[in-house]
Design a binder for this molecule. Structure first.
Ligand code: AMP
Length: 583
């Protein structure tokens, strides 16, 4: 397929806000895509050159893309900047200049997607002395071979501005419709996706070898597995009634790590499937030292530990090091420990189908005792009082609560179900659990707050059935000046002139924000609401959070699609009023 044809599909996707229409356009695009271009087309649709867990980046900011545009259309950076300032989009600037220039060819003379993708990958791989200069020259050479529309989309890729509003579930639906004409393949594709996290690999396998080959795709070292997630229940009684006898562990408020080891190489992935190895050098070393198995995938919670006070520090402190330049220093000042709680793969064997108790036994055998990787302690509880002992112990130690695990359950990649159940501490008049929300807009403030340009945040939760974000509350009070500033900084790159494609909201904020920034919110209760769209269905009212307050920024470990779902909100609404610990 020519890159210019792909660009036309991009523009059709960009103009649509309806989920069904997005799927239809994708199915048409995939239907025309040759098997050896399906992976690259998929990555490009997400503005990338590789799956999310591979840190392949073009490595050119706006400034250098402007240089490339200037060079391609034989002008200077000031001219490009002028247009950029006027149009607010570097792609639009390139498109306008391409249209005026003598260089841009007709759409039917652009290179194929395959070639553009290979060139971009080459540019991403350029390193060493003079690499910036070579990248600029290569992008310029590529631009000179593209028609104006193609040039626009190409320039949006390196600056991370290609936002077509297609999430992973929408791509899976697109694959299914392209191959089967309906949604019938979705479940099988999703299973492969949960275990490999690589949409391009799945597309390529489906196109080249068929759905049976997709069924054979499974867990492998080097591909993060989409993590298993926990449900909520309101009390110890409810948990044991649901799970029967259960394993109970402390719930650590740290950073979930999925550790992959192969020979003497270790990779650590976050909950949102990013390669975070560089952030956790001591845990990578610990894995080499404490895990003799040749290959393994295990999970645990990494926590900052203060050796002076023998205290475990909350998530906030743990993630501070993400922004620290000198991680080695941070590793010394605030050494992390990993509390390992599950094993997915060991010595070439996928052990996710095994019952929890067996995986746990294998995990115990896998890790040699030492300081860095510790086995999270567990207790098998039959009576609510036994579960509550662990709970109280956890709370006393400053932790969040407990996780209860079903003894005979497999590890279900990407699944939130009652195999794992969390029970958290709640103060009187608080919801039992926090809600992970996505910022979708903000409303300008008056008075003091207007100095930060934000008066209230409009936030939403995820509706996975439709792959959209639906509003659930406004957060207007309780933020410190520093937090407002941080909100502003984080939202800045995602400001959108129009309502973003995947957002559903009746309320109109002063400024829309692309659903990217995840925050953890604590509220007093969930109420029915005629103005918020979360859970709204025909005549049925939506749901809203009452008295919401910001607890932490979670974009370090959660993608927008990892935020709380509408279904969870409905469940939490039903569980309100129950107490974790009997009065
Ligand atoms: P939440 O993010 O509140 O839904 O809680 C689920 C998260 O708790 C998991 O993703 C883990 O990061 C974390 N966690 C902490 N302690 C444990 C544990 N003992 N077992 C499993 N997950 C845990």
């Amino acid at each position: 397929m020519l890159f210019s044809e792909l660009a036309v599909y991009f523009s059709r996707l960009e103009e649509t806000t309806k989920r069904n229409a997005l799927v239809e356009i994708l199915a048409e695009l995939f239907g025309k895509t040759p098997p050896d271009e399906i992976a690259s087309t998929t990555y490009l649709l997400q503005g990338r050159l590789a799956p999310f867990f591979k840190p392949v980046e073009i490595g050119m900011g706006e400034k250098y893309v402007m240089d490339a545009i200037a060079r391609a259309y034989e002008t200077d950076r000031d001219e490009v900047r002028k247009r950029f300032d006027r149009l607010g989009d570097i792609g639009a600037a390139a498109r306008e200049m391409a249209a005026e220039s003598q260089v841009a060819p007709a759409p039917e003379h652009t290179p194929e997607v395959r070639e553009v993708f290979e060139r971009l990958t080459g540019i991403a791989g350029t390193t060493g002395a003079g690499s910036v200069e070579r990248k600029v020259a290569d992008v310029a050479a590529l631009l000179a071979r593209l028609d104006p529309l193609s040039a626009m989309y190409l320039c949006r890729v390196p600056v991370g501005r290609l936002r077509l509003g297609v999430g992973d579930p929408t791509i899976l639906d697109g694959y299914s419709f392209a191959k089967a004409g309906d949604k019938s393949l979705r479940k099988r594709l999703e299973r492969a996706y949960n275990e490999t996290s690589d949409l391009g690999l799945i597309g390529q396998t489906l196109w080249q070898q068929g759905i049976e080959a997709v069924d054979a795709l499974t867990i492998r070292v080097g591909n993060p597995v989409r993590p298993a997630l926990a449900e909520r229940l309101p009390s110890a009684d409810a948990i044991l009634a649901k799970l029967g006898r259960a394993a109970v562990e402390k719930k650590f408020d740290g950073f979930r790590c999925q550790v992959h080891k192969l020979g003497d190489e270790v990779k650590i992935y976050s909950r949102n499937l990013e390669d975070m190895t560089g952030m956790f050098p001591e845990i990578a070393q610990g894995a080499l030292k404490q895990v003799p198995a040749h290959s393994a995938i295990f999970e645990g919670e990494a926590l900052a530990y203060n050796p002076l006070s023998d205290e475990y520090l909350p998530f906030q402190e743990t993630t501070k090091r993400r922004r620290k330049h000198n991680i080695e220093n941070a590793a010394q000042e605030l050494p992390l420990r990993l509390f390992a709680f599950d094993l997915l793969y060991a010595d070439g064997e996928n052990i996710t189908p095994l019952p929890y108790v067996e995986r746990r036994e294998r995990l115990k055998g896998l890790i040699q005792p030492d300081d860095t990787i510790l086995l999270s302690e567990e207790r098998i509880a039959t009576e609510p009082s036994e579960l509550l002992e662990v709970f109280n112990d956890a709370i006393q130690g400053g932790l969040e609560g407990i996780m209860a695990k079903k003894l005979d359950a497999p590890y279900q990649a990407g699944g939130r179900n009652f195999n794992w159940v969390k029970l958290k501490r709640a103060q009187a008049g608080e919801l039992q659990d926090t809600v992970d929300c996505v910022i979708i807009g903000y409303i300008y403030g008056r008075g003091k707050r207007s100095a930060f340009g934000v008066g209230a945040l409009l936030v939403g939760v995820y509706d996975p059935d439709r792959d959209v974000f639906r509003s659930i509350t406004k957060i207007g009070t309780g933020l410190t000046d520093a937090e407002w500033r941080e909100v502003r900084e984080r939202c800045e790159p995602y400001i959108s002139e129009e309502k973003p494609a995947r957002v559903e909201s009746i309320l109109q904020p002063s400024v829309w924000v692309e659903p990217e920034v995840v925050i953890e919110v604590l509220a007093d209760e969930i109420t029915r609401s005629p103005v918020h769209t979360a859970g709204m269905n025909g005549e049925k009212q939506g749901y809203a959070l009452r008295f919401p307050r910001l607890i932490s920024f979670r974009d370090a470990d959660k993608r927008p699609e990892d935020s709380t779902t509408v279904g969870e909100i409905v469940e939490m609404y039903g569980q309100q009023g129950a107490k974790a610990v009997p009065a």
